[in-house]
Structures are given as C-alpha cells and as structure tokens.
Design a protein around this ligand. Structure first.
Ligand code: SAH
Length: 213
C-alpha cells in the first residue's frame, strides 16, 4: 500500500467537507485495499465506489465519511448498521463505536466481511445474515442506526428500534431518479428529519435471496 495514496484521499475528504478529525483518523486507519476485490486493488484509495460482487458496491469514501460524521459518534454509541456489504463502513464505525451490529442479506458478502473483521481484530463487531428491514429486535434499542442502501421510505421496524435521543442516517428515494441522505433524530415527543446531501446507493431489498447467496 502506497502511503501517498492514503494521504491524497484524506486531503480530498477534508476539502470535500469531512471536518471531524475522529472520522478522518478512522478512515486513515482502515485499510480499504483489504475490502476491494483483487482487480480493483490499485483503485482502493481512490474516492470512488467499486463493485464487490452480488451486484453490490463498496461505498465511495466521501459518502462513508459524510454519513459517519452525520451520525455524531462522539459518545462511542451502540450502533446498528443495515447493509454490511464489504464491511468497509462497518470497520470505520467500529473505530468510533462501543459496538456495531451489522446485517447483510447476501450470505457470500457477509462471510467475506466477517473474515476481514477477524483479520483486523475488530472484536466489537457482531455480524449476522438476515433481512435488515426487520432491524435486530433482540439487540434493540440502538443509539445510532445507519442504513447503507436506499429505501423508498423509512422502514418502520428499524425506526422503532432507535433509542430516544438516538440518530439514524440513511439514503432515501426523494423523487424520480433522486436520492438524499437524511438524518432522523428521535426525541421524547417524536421524530425530526433533516435532508443532508444527494447520493446514489443500491436499493434496500426486503428478504434474503432464495439461494441464500
Ligand atoms: N456499506 C457497504 C456498502 C453496502 S452496499 C460497504 O461499505 O461496502 C449495500 C448493501 O446493503 C449490499 O451489500 C446489499 O446486499 C445490502 N442490503 C440491501 N438490502 C438489505 C436488507 N434488506 N438487509 C440487509 N442488507 C441489505
């Protein structure tokens, strides 16, 4: 791994709005080259989304940084993540959270991600194969929730597992051919929603694939 590429990426993220130094430090620490497939190894430190198999993608580092920053992880909270994918976002969250519970509907992706968590000794990550649209009732409530696939509307089950005072960050379909990351805060009396920035994510899909693959 070329350290100059890592520094180039961090400078680009700073220029593009990642101001939280803890988020920058977490991105610096997680070896993204470990999370991309061999043919893309030389692009691992580019600010780009890349294919990871099963028709899915590892998110663009800028989007990982902005969503992590929007989650406000200063108190090292207990986090639920929907859409493990490569496990890259999970590994970034793990640097800043007490514990991360992550769900993935493609078994093959989950197995690969779990091997990476073991290699990096991320002992505060708990990963499970399943439909994230149901959330993780046995571990609820969560102080923070991040969904890394775009839903048409906020999934009710997941919203219900957000603690009072908690924050959820997710991409949402907000118009024809448009998605935005939104932040939802649960207050004593209800929910407050803010629209943060436009993005392009793969869709949140209910259920698990038939072949469990
Ligand atoms: N955060 C990932 C990127 C994930 S791409 C990374 O850093 O690599 C979105 C992921 O969400 C895909 O792996 C997709 O399979 C998963 N996904 C979509 N719908 C889901 C659901 N209902 N439950 C769990 N995972 C889901």
């Amino acid at each position: 791994m070329n350290p100059a590429l890592r520094i180039r990426l961090l400078m680009e993220l700073r220029r593009s709005g990642i101001t939280d130094t803890r988020v920058l430090a977490a991105i610096e620490k997680v070896p993204r080259d470990l999370f991309v497939a061999e043919p893309f190894a030389d692009q691992a430190w580019d600010n780009a989304a890349l294919p990871i198999g099963c028709g899915q993608t590892i998110s663009q580092p800028l989007v990982v940084g902005l969503m992590t920053q929007a989650l406000e992880l200063g108190s090292r909270p207990k986090v639920l993540e929907i859409g493990t994918g490569s496990g890259y976002q999970t590994a970034v969250l793990a640097q800043l959270s007490r514990r991360v519970y992550t769900l993935e509907r493609h078994k093959a992706l989950l197995t690969e991600a779990e091997a990476r968590f073991r290699l990096l000794r991320l002992t505060n990550v708990v990963a499970m194969h399943g439909d994230g649209m149901r959330g993780w009732p046995a571990q609820a409530p969560f102080e923070r929730v991040i969904i890394t696939a775009a839903a048409r509307e906020l999934p009710h089950a997941i919203i219900g597992q957000l603690a009072v005072g908690g924050v959820l960050v997710t991409p949402l379909d907000t118009g024809p051919d448009r998605q935005d990351v939104v932040r939802v805060r649960r207050t004593e009396s209800g929910f407050e929603t803010e629209t943060l920035f436009p993005v392009r994510f793969v869709p949140l899909v209910p259920g698990v694939p038939d072949d469990a693959g």
